[in-house]
Unconditional design. Structure first.
Length: 156
């Protein structure tokens, strides 16, 4: 049986990505027309790493930058989200190995300033990290939202 890949190995495995493809008829109902890019995992991590302490970004901002980089209409929301999640787990894996400079994944939010509850440690843990960097986090039902997150968005 093959050894299971570590998160870092998954992050570094580009699988012939990035790849730009035409948006087909089925996808056009959700995404419109044009092309989409499936980014490489390391590209998503690259932009997540650029967010400085006290600043934030959103997964949609990263998708916009990836689309521009690859001259595509959009970046695939599914794979971009999965690769952000992979980057977050790889960062925690690196931290456990004693690395000090890891990808600050907690600074990458979902649409509307929502904390990603699927990141390592869950929403409570991410909320504490963000509060420690000066952000105000509020709870709306089951979701955690960074209040006035737009004021802290960093241009990538």
């Amino acid at each position: 049986m093959a050894k299971k890949k570590s998160w870092v190995e998954k992050l570094l495995d580009s699988k012939d990505l990035p790849k730009v493809q035409r948006i087909d008829e089925n996808m056009s109902k959700r995404w419109g027309t044009g092309t989409f890019v499936i980014p490489a995992p390391i590209e998503v991590d690259e932009f997540m790493r650029k967010v400085k302490k006290g600043n934030l970004t959103t997964i949609n901002e990263i998708r916009t930058i990836l689309a521009k980089r690859h001259k595509a209409t959009i970046a695939c929301p599914i794979t971009t989200g999965i690769f952000a999640w992979t980057a977050a787990h790889a960062a925690e894996e690196m931290l456990a190995m004693g690395k000090k400079r890891i990808t600050p994944y907690w600074r990458t939010l979902k649409l509307g300033g929502e904390i990603n509850p699927k990141y390592p440690g869950g929403a409570d843990s991410i909320a504490e990290l963000l509060k420690g960097e000066g952000h105000k986090v509020i709870r709306k039902g089951k979701k955690y939202i960074v209040e006035d997150f737009e004021k802290s968005l960093q241009k990538l």
